[in-house]
Design a protein around this ligand. Structure first.
Ligand SMILES: Cc1cc2nc3c(=O)[nH]c(=O)nc-3n(C[C@H](O)[C@H](O)[C@H](O)COP(=O)(O)OP(=O)(O)OC[C@H]3O[C@@H](n4cnc5c(N)ncnc54)[C@H](O)[C@@H]3O)c2cc1C
Length: 323
């Protein structure tokens, strides 16, 4: 085991982004101590949430509010790493996580591994796993440097509560004047409008692909997701075609999802798509080609013309649920 692992618990809404619990689960499996760095949240509430996942201490950086977190958070995390004697830092493979990790790498002169899907212990050190060739192969890497910086893809591991909750200490850490001065100011921001649950957190995901025929038919995916209280997703083919925004993309270069139910409509099942959804508990695929690769991993495969089936399926669910 390593002695201390620092994790970055990014804010989301008024709390902690769920990926922090995945980072904590991984960290406590390889490290005696787990220190979580939080910002822009109520530190006590964050500590209570993180305690369930075995975090042993929490360092609060206060508010970064209208600034990009990269500069100040990386600067403060460098001090946290020094003060707790950390051997590793785990962040989410998110915009903020990557921004912080790159800056931390320069500040600590430490190597970075990104896009990791697992971290395990081997002979007292850490082994980091990455997927290559569209998830077909796993590459295991070992870093020999004293401090290892690792970005982990959300939803790669399940967040699991520790056998017993911890009682993390909560300390405040000020952001240095230099880092304050070098912060980038956010002059405007755009919040993507989306109804229903977030794609990477939804229990039900309904995704559409090129088999929908045209962009207008994507409304069937939206109606179905709405009826099933799920989120809408997409293959890269229809993102590239401009039918839906990139935020909808599931797969290697999009989001990883692990819902209870993944419904793939008119999606062939390229390895780059499947790597982002094959962890779903139940997979239903609708495809007119009985040899489509997605049907090989589907729990239920429906060989049908989606453009004819979807309106009838939607109508049938409406009648059954009275929605
Ligand atoms: C580096 C790299 C990264 C990539 N990352 C991603 C990624 O993150 N996510 C991703 O999705 N892809 C990704 N891709 C692209 C991927 O390889 C595929 O091209 C893409 O997933 C195909 O999308 P699709 O299944 O919608 O389209 P197609 O492969 O064209 O499949 C369409 C499917 O619809 C079926 N169909 C057609 N008509 C109907 C109908 N009327 N009813 C029912 N079924 C019908 C067809 O039988 C076919 O199976 C990546 C590729 C590369 C090279």
């Amino acid at each position: 085991m390593i002695t201390n692992c620092v994790i970055l618990a990014e804010p989301q809404g008024s709390g902690i982004a769920p990926v922090a619990f995945e980072l904590a689960t991984l960290a406590r499996g390889v490290s005696e101590q787990v220190t979580a760095v939080v910002f822009d949240v109520d530190a006590q509430a964050a500590a209570e949430a993180l305690a369930v996942y075995g975090v042993t201490s929490v360092v609060s950086l206060g508010a970064t509010s209208s600034h990009l977190p990269g500069v100040p958070v990386a600067d403060a995390m460098r001090e946290v790493v020094d003060s707790v004697g950390a051997n590793a830092v785990f962040v989410a493979q998110s915009y903020t996580g990557r921004d912080v990790l790159a800056r931390l790498s320069v500040l600590l002169d430490a190597p970075v591994l990104t896009n990791a899907v697992n971290v395990r212990e081997d002979d007292g050190g850490l082994v980091v796993e990455n997927l290559v060739f569209g998830g077909e192969k796993v590459v295991s890497s070992k870093i020999s440097a004293p401090i290892q910086l690792i970005a982990i893809r959300p939803k790669s591991v399940a967040a699991e509560a520790a056998a017993s909750a911890t009682q993390p200490s909560v300390t405040e850490q000020n952001i240095s004047a230099d880092a304050q001065a070098n912060r980038a100011v956010i002059v405007s921001s755009h919040v993507e409008e989306r109804q229903g649950p977030k794609l990477d957190e939804a229990e039900v995901v309904v995704s559409g692909g090129r088999g929908l025929g045209n962009a207008d038919n994507y409304h069937y995916i939206e109606e179905l997701a709405n009826l099933l209280h799920g989120a809408t997703g997409a293959s890269r083919a229809i993102v590239d075609a401009g039918w839906v925004p990139y935020a909808y993309q599931v797969g290697q270069t999009g989001k990883t999802v692990k819902p209870n139910l993944y419904l793939a409509v008119g999606i062939s099942g390229a390895t780059q798509h499947m790597v982002g959804m094959k962890g779903a508990k139940n997979i239903i695929a609708i495809n007119k080609d009985k040899d489509a690769p997605i049907l090989q991993i589907a729990d239920l495969g429906v060989v049908a013309d989606a453009q004819k089936l979807l309106p009838r399926l939607i109508e049938a669910i409406r009648q059954k649920t009275g929605a």
